[in-house]
Design a protein around this ligand. Structure first.
Ligand SMILES: NC(=O)c1ccc[n+]([C@@H]2O[C@H](COP(=O)([O-])OP(=O)(O)OC[C@H]3O[C@@H](n4cnc5c(N)ncnc54)[C@H](OP(=O)(O)O)[C@@H]3O)[C@@H](O)[C@H]2O)c1
Length: 211
């Protein structure tokens, strides 16, 4: 596949690009802070300059920080909303015609916190509930265009985000029993490979046990 990798950490994106290239794909790195309007526009420009169709748009960027106090501050709410809810909506708006052209898939990596309560993570949960509402509205708007919109709701995944949450709580970080990033990649691949049906919402939790 032709792949555009978007984020702020160019070195890490380039390492991933090399893996895509080694697997026979072709990857480009687009450095962007998705909370900056001009950066989002630059991503759209970079993709539109090279293609007129997208098979899949994966929204995986996210932030999750525990509320500093019993209620989230306006700054905490805004910071979570910017990455977790506004960025996917804006990026999709810019690339929407390309996804429609290919009858593509919009995959939104949400969280179990987008479905239910998340004590101590009010700002995070609020942004993820907003992302779910946006994805539901997008799906309704695109009904009849052949575009599929899937929200994915994982429990804890073994990533730097989860490690940072454990460190902040003073809890041990034990990645092995958690969902692994590869599990979510497998789900995206499965949904992508089955265009005959639409998975609208998918909750996933680990089936691994501590050794
Ligand atoms: N880890 C979990 O337990 C868990 C559970 C449920 C759902 N999720 C969701 O899974 C998704 C991925 O999270 P993760 O666990 O992989 O977190 P992570 O390890 O902290 O990685 C976050 C990713 O988001 C990108 N990102 C953050 N802010 C950005 C910004 N302003 N502009 C562009 N990119 C930005 C980062 O890229 P750069 O640093 O390169 O910008 C990085 O690739 C998130 O939506 C998260 O809410 C995670």
């Amino acid at each position: 596949m032709r792949v555009w990798l978007v984020g702020r950490d160019v070195a890490r994106l380039e390492a991933t690009a090399r893996e895509v290239d080694a697997a026979g794909g072709r990857a480009s790195v687009v450095r962007a802070d998705l909370t900056v309007d001009g950066d989002v526009a630059a991503v759209v420009d970079a993709v539109c300059a090279e293609t007129d169709g997208l098979d899949v748009l994966v929204h995986a960027a996210g932030v999750a920080v525990a509320d500093a106090g019993p209620s989230p501050t306006a700054g905490e709410i805004a910071a979570h909303h910017a990455v977790n809810a506004t960025a996917p909506a804006q990026l999709t708006a810019g690339l929407r015609s390309l996804v429609v052209a290919r009858r593509g898939l919009v995959m939104v990596v949400n969280s179990v916190a987008g479905l239910r309560d998340a004590p101590g993570f009010h700002a995070y949960a609020g942004s993820k509930h907003a992302a779910r509402a946006w994805a539901d509205s997008l799906r309704a708007e695109l009904d009849g265009h052949g575009v599929r919109v899937c929200s994915l709701y994982p429990t804890q995944v073994a990533t730097p985000m989860q490690e940072a949450i454990c460190v902040a709580r003073g809890a041990p970080y034990e990645p092995d029993p958690l969902l692994q990033p590869e599990d979510l990649v497998a789900i995206v691949g499965f949904v992508l490979d089955h265009p005959g049906f639409e998975v609208t919402d998918l909750s996933v939790r680990s089936a691994r046990v501590s050794s």
